[in-house]
Ligand binder design. Structure first.
Ligand code: C2E
Ligand code: MG
Ligand code: MG
Ligand code: MG
Length: 276
């Protein structure tokens, strides 16, 4: 009966599972509204060449402050955006906004943009990227797309085809979070990469022992063998930086070198690290 189902519903929402589901529904609605209004910002984290100490560019990272004023981490809202089918739209916005920002940089550095699983299975991806470049006037060599093993998983052949087309346009491809997946090595062999980013868990492990350095040495050898640039991610200490440099890691990224910050912050920062 209606009365019984009403009571069941009341009990359901009173339970913590019900509360969690309600919170999730609110988050979903907020996220839909935000994507509609493009109510997001990008922050930029510097990437520095180890040998020269010069900044080579920035990685764009997505930020969302929901209607309650809470900053929701991308690792929380991106999977939901994917599920709700919002990521194609949001991903296109990120690409466009990041390219637009990079065009204004006097030092002409690269801009790295993260791609999601949805984008890596979308046959329109090469056109979407091409449009972002044409509309903003950014030269393709200045754009680097970051992919993860999780994002290419399940549709490796499709992803490989799309990445091949992107390479032909002149865009760089970085394999992010390298070493954490099950098939990292076969991806290096299969995909048309230009860069590997060692996952920050391996960088965090660096403690002067032979074991921790062995992983770094192996990835450096791999990158050199395939003629790929290599970024160490998540560098927080001088020991981590020095170890990576000593073993031939070409580029550095992490809080030690600079935290992600709004574009305005980097504009006022007077030429620091920028060697051009
Ligand atoms: P990611 O692409 O591997 O980005 C690096 C993450 O590590 C960022 O977290 C960054 O803030 C953080 N990080 C940088 N240096 C350090 C450090 O020294 N120590 C520590 N502990 N963390 C550091 P964030 O911004 O929370 O992003 C998390 C993930 O969300 C990204 O990982 C990326 O996979 C995804 N993401 C962010 N923006 C976008 C986007 O525009 N599109 C897509 N598809 N994914 C995005
Ligand atoms: Mg990344
Ligand atoms: Mg990463
Ligand atoms: Mg990561």
């Amino acid at each position: 009966s209606a009365k019984a189902s009403g009571r069941n519903r009341a009990c359901f929402y009173a339970s913590s599972l019900g509360e969690a589901m309600l919170a999730r529904r609110i988050l979903e609605e907020n996220l839909r509204g935000a994507v509609e209004a493009k109510d997001f910002t990008l922050v930029y984290q510097p990437i520095v060449n180890g040998a020269t100490g010069c900044r080579i560019g920035f990685e764009a990272l997505l930020r969302w402050v929901d209607r309650t004023g809470r900053q929701v981490p991308p690792s929380d809202f991106i999977p939901i955006a994917e599920e709700l089918g919002l990521m194609a739209d949001l991903g296109r916005w990120v690409l466009r906004a990041a390219c637009q920002e990079a065009v204004s940089w006097a030092d002409g550095g690269t801009i790295a943009v993260n791609l999601s699983a949805t984008q890596l299975s979308d046959p329109n991806l090469p056109d979407i990227v091409g449009d972002a470049l044409t509309e903003t006037g950014l030269s393709p060599e200045r754009l680097e797309l970051e992919i993860t093993e999780t994002a290419v998983l399940g549709n490796r052949d499709v992803a490989r085809g799309l990445l091949q087309q992107l390479r032909e346009i002149g865009v760089g491809i970085a394999l992010d979070d390298f070493g954490t997946g099950f098939s990292s090595l076969s991806l290096v062999r299969e995909l048309p990469l230009t860069r590997i980013k060692i996952d920050r868990s391996f960088v965090a492990d660096i403690d002067g022992t032979m074991r921790s350095v062995a992983v770094i040495k192996a990835v450096v050898a791999l990158a050199q063998g395939y003629d790929l640039a290599l970024t160490g991610e998540g560098i927080e200490t001088e020991e981590q930086r020095d170890t990576l440099l000593a073993h031939g890691c070409s580029d550095l990224q992490g809080y030690l070198l600079g935290r992600p910050a709004p574009a305005a912050h980097w504009r006022t920062e007077t030429g620091h690290w920028s060697c051009r």
